[in-house]
Design a protein around this ligand. Structure first.
Ligand code: SUD
Ligand code: ADP
Length: 284
């Protein structure tokens, strides 16, 4: 038997850091939603009791470090599954980009193996398993749009924002999520974005409101380390995006655009100085 799962990328419409916790993680408030840029995961049964993994992408680990591998190992151990699986990752989401590609692959693997092995694990249990793999994995299990609190694993589902185009641009730099969080001084944050106002804008289906309330306190940290992220934001705004923000810990910058006719200009303008540019829709 073979199972296919789609693993979409996420963007953070707002991200606030409240304080550092005693376990080393940061208490956050984030509103996240999915975009139509996805990896495709194929899972098939194999005779040997082992986990095999492959990908067309040469630039991700294909061993125990791969989050899909870790997800399969966790399910096998926790549910005492004595069966093998071959996992193929067709990667489309840029890696280490702030788009949760690895987390979404892990979530899709958990969902897929639940079906492949007929385990009957509830969504809530899948989210708890996901939290053992990474803070963003529980959100990637359910998808949609959600307010995430705690270290990102506590979820309150929201309606989807009004449909629009999303132009994503990933500059060719590497950002470490742990380093970015490590550099945040939560007592020195000048302007906190508001989860409440973003939630209201979404509930009112106000595209202008969503653009106005975009905010990410990790942006200042990453821009200080990599000024090109700030330049990319400026370029996207100049080219006509309605609202612009860095996603997660970066370095991907996304622009929300309501009019389809504006998209080619923004896309082509960015392609001038950034190789990895995507124009997609929100996954609503
Ligand atoms: C910043 C965000 C925003 O959505 O996304 P990305 O930029 O990674 O996509 C997330 O909070 C990232 O979630 P995720 O990538 O799953 O992080 P984890 O693997 O759990 O943690 C990686 C490291 O980031 C730090 N970390 C993560 C989450 C959190 N709430 N506080 C933290 O301090 C910790 O140092 C941890 O060791
Ligand atoms: N299935 C996977 N896809 C992408 N990256 C993976 C995967 N498994 C492990 N990784 C590793 O996880 C790290 C973060 O990748 P990713 O999830 O794409 O970033 P982000 O959390 O910034 O969106 C990278 O260093 C990458 O090598």
């Amino acid at each position: 038997m073979k199972i296919y799962e789609k693993a979409p990328a996420k963007i953070n419409l707002m991200l606030d850091v409240l304080h550092k916790r005693s376990d080393g993680y940061h208490e956050v408030e984030m509103i996240m939603t999915m975009v139509d840029l996805a990896d495709r995961i194929e899972m098939s049964e194999i005779k040997r009791d082992t986990i095999m993994i492959s990908s067309q992408a040469g630039y991700i680990p294909l061993d125990e470090k791969n989050l899909a591998f870790q997800a399969a190992k966790l399910v096998k151990e926790r549910y005492d599954v004595k069966k093998g699986v071959y996992i193929h990752l067709d990667k489309k989401i840029p890696v280490a980009a702030g788009l949760a590609g690895g987390s979404s692959d892990a979530a899709a693997t958990l969902r897929g193996l639940n079906k492949l092995w007929g385990l009957g694990i509830s969504d809530e249990e899948l989210r708890l398993l996901g939290a053992e793999l990474g803070s963003d994995v529980p959100f990637c299990i359910t998808g949609g749009t959600a307010l995430a609190t705690g270290r990102g694993e506590q979820l309150h589902q929201l309606p989807n924002p009004p449909q629009c185009w999303v132009v994503l641009a990933k500059p060719p730099i590497n950002v470490s999520t742990a380093e970015v969080y490590g550099r945040v001084r939560s007592d020195q944050i000048q302007k906190h974005p508001s989860a409440k106002r973003m939630e209201d804008a979404i509930r009112n289906q106000s595209f202008a409101g969503v653009c106005k309330e975009l905010g990410n306190v990790l942006e200042d940290v990453t821009v200080k380390l990599h000024p090109e992220v700030g330049q990319l934001k400026e370029a996207m705004l100049k080219l006509g995006a309605d609202g612009v923000l860095m996603s997660g810990s970066g370095p991907t910058v996304f622009g929300l655009v309501s009019k389809e006719s504006k998209v080619p200009r923004i896309y082509n303008g960015l392609r001038g100085f950034c190789k990895e540019v995507y124009a997609v829709r929100l996954l609503t």
